[in-house]
Design a binder for this molecule. Sequence first.
Ligand code: FDP
Length: 358
Amino acid sequence: MVRHTSTSVVTIERFIIEQERMFPEATGELSGILYDMALAGKMIANKVRSAGLADILGATSDTNVQGEVQQKLDVLSNEIIVKAFDHGGRICVMASEEEEGIIQIPDGFKPGKYVLLFDPLDGSSNIDVNVPVGTIFSVFRKITRGARGDLEDLLQPGRRQVAAGYILYGSSTMMVYTTGQGAHGFTLDPSIGEFLLSHPNIQIPKQARYLSVNDAYEQDWPEATRSLMRCYRGLDGQRKALNVRYVGSLVADFHRNLLGGGVFCYPAHAKAPRGKLRLLYEANPLAFIAEQAGGAATDGYGSILDIDPTELHQRTPLYIGSKAEVDLVDRFPLPKFVAPGVPDRRSARPVPTATLEA
Ligand code: FDP
């Protein structure tokens, strides 16, 4: 048995290689994607850390496809990720929360067999006030036949993800990822510029401590949502109240609940009938991690991972975290909000469970 000392640290590279060895047929391409994401994360962390100094804080005049004002760091982070992946021959097509259409691999570079979706800098309205933000990513295998990837490759149910993760730019920078073999966390050691294994095989505590929800929307919630929140707060006399913690930065809220036990809720409400968060860039990857850590994620009608997406920027209600708390959502029949003309369909197709490599 290896005794871990200060000189026998496990770098993210070593960990990825050791996981890859469990799959003799692995080509190393998925591992390469994870390294590239770790590198992009280090570059973004560097920008986030020096944001105030470099005078790149504040909003640009551009708005993203969701109609939100883009922060300069969003634009930079988006560019960093696109450039980290567009030439490596591992990815055939990408989609970003910050870009309206699909992102093709430029002519002259070989498209690969994987598909990447990402939110380059989530929680960006918090940047100006020095609150943690994060990057979220999701990887699928290409399913279409052409050399290039297309929209169909990007619109796959979350159950088919082969890898997903996030990088949290907090008091330290952490990367958490899964390839379907557990969820593992790495902390960036800034003195050597390496992500080191700090949280192997994360298990979300069964006993939840936290409730994360923006209850400014309470007036717009349907009655069932109000009852569910009263239950979480112990106001119905049925259970002990959860502590409320809401950063308003999804990665930070999710991460705290993953390590400490809890549930994050972003319900649908009258003014946001499909919720706010994006299925492909936020809900799917975090749901994959939550399930790998023994937790769960639902939109109130079934597992997030079984939703068959119809649009790149599709939104979804989200309840995610400790399993017992997420299961509680089923006891409160939420009304079905479906945007006009958008079928709310779950995947009828059986989907394979994720493995490290094809
Ligand atoms: P932001 O608008 O700052 O980018 O998805 C975006 C997100 O942040 C999440 O990170 C966060 O959990 C949520 O929106 C906060 O929304 P509310 O302000 O409506 O609570």
